[in-house]
Design a protein. Structure first.
Length: 590
């Protein structure tokens, strides 16, 4: 078993060879990396592996259990799909970043200690930033800058919490932590930031839409779900997560309705779906944890499918705003079909994957007699169908005819979307293989008459509301604008903070420069060029030498060590005098 290569190392080491491989061999090589990682996962029994002794601690790079295996499986699967989708991209920066990003996510899933966890956590932040920068636009650069600053803050919170936790407990191994002190709160905040928990969430819809067409696929799958995994590992049953999760499910709906950029709509719907997962973690029962993990598995697939289909539109047309596109079903029928499969899955239609996973979380809230939580989750389910299930395919492929006539994206993109769409349907029809790998035994039957009818009623009500709003003219019009969320504080407030710091601190710097550099230093420079002054300083040298020797002799006499002088030992004062003479000579020669 220990002879196997860690799955994360397969991605990370493989990424280093990408620039040196050319042609079709590069495509084959990149596709083989997630395949090799998946095969390694299949051969890994539960236990702890790849333990490295470092600084009196044991770094565990392979803690294998049912929870980590589910995320390991889906991270490698989506990496294969994402790489397949990106094969036509002639940009090694994107390929290397995507592979390192995937390696970081897999590393987080199997890290058994805080040190290795932090290394992989930071790798996630750095690698994902380059998937945004790789678009090479001014907007992408600005978004990437804000993105990395936010994640540096989160990483520092996590690191501070880890250090305090290790100091308090004496161990670097992590499992259940719970909220109970400064260390746990700092760790919680560090994870919550990646988990887009409000008010720490705006980085997602700010950065993801500015990423490259292929980079957004990886971004939608890895960072937030790594945070979901860590929350499920360290903070299950934390009541605060219930209320935060409920807020996450409801709040993005209103923003998504107003959005004009399709990928920003998908960003808000991603927050909505992660909210269901956080709520399930907060409930903390076996049913809710199973629901969270299975929903994360399904969500990665259908959200990636939605980003691939809308990314294909952007790739072929160069446009992604609702006001610029429409009527594309005529020339991109397959892409339209795949988008509708993703939309049906995120809306939890029966026979689509979201139906067999999201309903477990809603049922867990019902079994826990959480009436208010259950009602908000039902409202959020209708809301996500409204903006992600209907708005995205409607305004992208139907709606008004934009007059754009293009063609389907390259074959590799269609194959990637086809695989994701197939899995969305297959999991819904045959959910048992997914249920069998969940952390706890599953005794849940999604296809009951009451559940199917109730869900269809909810979805049809959402569709009716959308149609009535469109036909009556009350649906918010699509406008070319950027809707600011709580990111206002660092978009606008950040500039104000910079202005204040510039005037205050740089003002002190300028004043200090005038006083000390221009004033005092200039005065000393002028004095140093005055010949009488040099002569006076030179005349003082003998006095310094004599004073040094005399002082040294007096010290030695008082200490009873006159023998030092008789044996030829040089007093410290003479050494100081010689150094002084040397400096004066240099001073005169300048």
């Amino acid at each position: 078993m220990t002879n196997l290569i860690p799955p994360s190392a397969i991605f990370i080491v493989g990424a280093l060879f990408v620039p040196f491989i050319k042609g079709r061999l590069k495509s084959v090589f990149m596709l083989l990396l997630p395949v090799a990682a998946f095969i390694t996962l299949v051969k890994m029994p539960e236990g702890k592996y790849w333990i490295v002794h470092f600084l009196d601690y044991d770094l565990i790079f392979g803690r294998v259990d049912r929870l980590s295996m589910v995320f390991g499986y889906i991270f490698t699967i989506i990496s294969f799909i994402g790489i397949l989708f990106a094969l036509k991209v002639k940009d090694d920066l994107q390929h290397i970043s995507a592979l390192l990003y995937a390696g970081g996510a897999v590393g987080v899933s199997f890290a058994g200690d805080f040190f290795s966890l932090y290394i992989f956590w930071e790798l996630l932040a750095v690698a994902s930033t380059f998937l945004i920068l790789a678009r090479r636009t001014k907007a992408a650069q600005n978004a990437a800058f804000r993105y990395i600053l936010v994640h540096i803050f989160g990483g520092l919170c996590l690191l501070a919490g880890i250090i305090i936790y290790i100091q308090n407990t004496g161990t670097i191994e992590f499992a259940y932590i719970g909220l109970g002190g400064l260390a746990s709160w700092l760790i919680f905040i560090g994870i919550a930031l990646n988990g887009v928990i409000p008010p720490l969430h705006p980085w997602l819809q700010d950065a993801y839409p500015e990423a490259t067409v292929t980079g957004a696929v990886f971004l939608s799958a890895l960072t937030t779900k790594s945070a979901v995994y860590l929350m499920a590992r360290t903070f299950p049953g934390t009541e605060l997560l219930i209320y935060m999760g409920v807020l996450m499910t409801a709040m993005p709906i209103f923003y998504a309705v107003l959005e004009n950029d399709i990928r920003r709509v998908l960003g808000y719907s991603l927050i909505n779906q992660v909210g269901f997962m956080m709520c399930g973690i907060g409930i903390g029962t076996q049913l809710s944890i199973n629901g969270t993990v299975s929903h994360a598995f399904c969500h990665i697939l259908y959200k990636a499918l939605l980003f691939m289909s809308t990314g294909s539109v952007l790739y072929m047309t160069g446009k992604i705003r609702c006001t610029d596109i429409g009527g594309l079903y005529k020339t991109m029928p397959l892409t339209c079909l795949f988008c509708m499969v993703g939309a049906a899955s995120i809306s939890a239609f029966p026979l689509f994957s979201g139906f067999v996973s999201k309903s477990m979380i809603v049922s867990a809230a019902s079994h826990g007699n959480m009436v208010a939580v259950w009602l908000v989750l039902q409202f959020a389910s209708a809301g996500v169908f409204h903006h992600a299930g209907i708005k995205v395919p409607f305004f992208t492929f139907f709606g008004h005819d934009s007059g754009i006539r293009t063609k389907e994206p390259p074959l590799n993109m269609l194959l990637a979307m086809g695989i994701a769409a197939f899995l969305c349907v297959a999991i819904a029809i045959f959910p048992r293989p997914l249920y069998d790998i969940l952390p706890y035994p599953v005794h849940y039957v999604p296809y009951t008459g009451a559940h199917v009818v109730g869900q269809l009623q909810l979805l049809m009500f959402g569709a009716l509301a959308f149609c009535l709003l469109i036909l009556s003219g009350y649906y918010p019009p699509e406008m070319r604008a950027i809707n600011l969320d709580t990111d206002w504080f660092y978009r606008k407030g950040g500039r104000l903070f910079y202005y204040i710091m510039d005037k205050a601190l740089n003002g002190i710097n300028r004043a200090s420069e005038r006083v000390f550099v221009g004033g005092l230093a200039g005065y000393l420079g002028r004095v140093s060029r005055d010949c009488p002054t040099r002569a006076a300083l030179l005349a003082m040298v003998p006095a310094w030498v004599i004073s040094g020797i005399t002082g040294e002799k007096l010290v030695l006499k008082k200490a009873g060590v006159r023998a030092a002088l008789r044996t030829g030992t040089s007093p410290i004062g003479i050494t100081a005098a010689i150094a002084t003479i040397f400096l004066v000579v240099v001073f005169l020669l300048m």
